[in-house]
Ligand binder design. Structure first.
Ligand code: NAI
Ligand code: ENO
Length: 307
């Protein structure tokens, strides 16, 4: 089934995503050595306690020496600092990838530092939770989920194939996109939902004083879903907002226009408009469920596993 795909893998950053990758590498035996590096000694110690790798260092430069695959899993705002640290120490022919939620900014931060003799292939697994840190990761996170690559022009196809094989071994489905397109699509399907969640939970929190805790006491499942997203890591989401600024502002402008339309329809009692919109959005949910992309469904990820 699984086989060794890389002799040595370096994982830079060992939070939710890095540690989930580490757990799958170990489970499926995809590498002989896994060197783990992260900034804080405390997190590194925890990674060692969890036996996520075979070697541990707080030096990213040290970690990438002799690595055939380097996976950078840090908040997107830290990409340039990491690229600067690792660049002089990368092995010729190594594949360097990342998992960042935004792509144009990560490319702008990392590509200029990458030596010509390495393959830099930006990536983004569309899988995660609201939790963070090495304890939050788990094996199987990427199963049945998309991993999007945004390769630079002239990327070596063989290197891309090797990286695809790695993500497929984790159960992911692969897609390729232009980085700007990626950032627009993700702005609407991922970044805006998080921003809306942070906002609505913030509004409710402000109301708490008025309602004397009734917001929490009576929170129905709709509000609870928002609180899960709004519990996501503040550093990560600050960086996403700052590093996908244009696409997010564009989507927020459209969102505000549509909200004004809804507001107007409610004010003027235009039930037909409300009914038309609510019917249209209902079909979107149904098509997601039908496409087997509903994470709540027992069949979720089945098609990828069958491969
Ligand atoms: N959390 C999620 O659901 C998903 C996150 N991503 C992306 O994956 C990346 C990592 O996210 P998570 O694993 O969730 O975060 P996390 O907070 O769980 O882990 C981040 C890791 O990066 C390290 N780190 C933080 N700042 C650093 C710096 N300046 N230099 C070096 N290392 C640093 C931390 O010590 C930690 O090991 C982010 O770019 C995020 O956008 C992608 C898909 C899903
Ligand atoms: O927790 C959730 O619902 C998520 O949406 C997780 C997530 C967060 C950021 C990404 O770039 C991809 C996935």
């Amino acid at each position: 089934m699984s086989e060794i795909l890389f002799d040595r893998i370096a994982l830079i950053g060992i939070g939710l995503i890095g540690s989930s990758i580490a757990r799958d590498i170990k489970k499926f035996g995809l590498a002989r050595e896994v060197v783990i590096s992260t900034r804080s000694a405390e997190t590194l110690n925890r990674a060692e306690e969890l036996e996520l790798g075979t070697a541990y260092t707080t030096s990213a430069a040290e970690a990438v020496k002799n690595a055939d695959l380097v996976i950078v899993s840090v908040p997107v705002g830290a990409s340039e600092a990491v690229a600067q640290q690792i660049a002089p120490h990368l092995k010729a022919g190594a594949i360097v990838t990342d998992v960042g939620s935004t792509k144009a900014s990560v490319i702008a931060q990392m590509a200029p530092h990458m030596p010509e003799n390495v393959h830099f292939i930006p990536g983004h697994p569309l899988a995660g939770t609201e939790k963070s840190g090495p304890d939050a990761g788990f094996s199987g996170l990427f199963k049945g989920r998309w991993c999007i690559f945004t390769p630079l022009p002239g990327t070596d196809r063989a290197a891309l194939e090797r990286l695809s094989s790695f993500w497929k071994a984790l159960g992911s489905m692969i897609d390729e996109m232009d980085p700007q397109h990626h950032d627009k699509v993700l702005a609407i399907v991922s970044h805006l939902p998080h921003i809306i969640a942070y906002n609505i939970v913030g509004t409710a929190d402000d109301l708490e004083a008025v309602t004397e805790s009734e917001v929490i006491k009576y929170s129905a499942s709709g509000f609870r879903d928002f609180t899960r997203l709004a519990a996501s890591d503040p550093t990560m989401w600050r960086d996403v907002c700052l590093h996908n600024k244009d696409a997010i502002l564009e989507m927020l402008a459209r969102f505000s226009e549509d909200l004004a339309y809804l507001q107007r329809a409610i004010r003027w009692g235009e039930g037909d408009k409300l009914f038309e919109l609510f019917s249209r959005t209902r079909t979107i949910r149904r098509s997601i469920v039908q496409a087997g992309q509903d994470v709540d469904s027992p069949d979720f990820g089945r098609h990828a596993l069958d491969k």
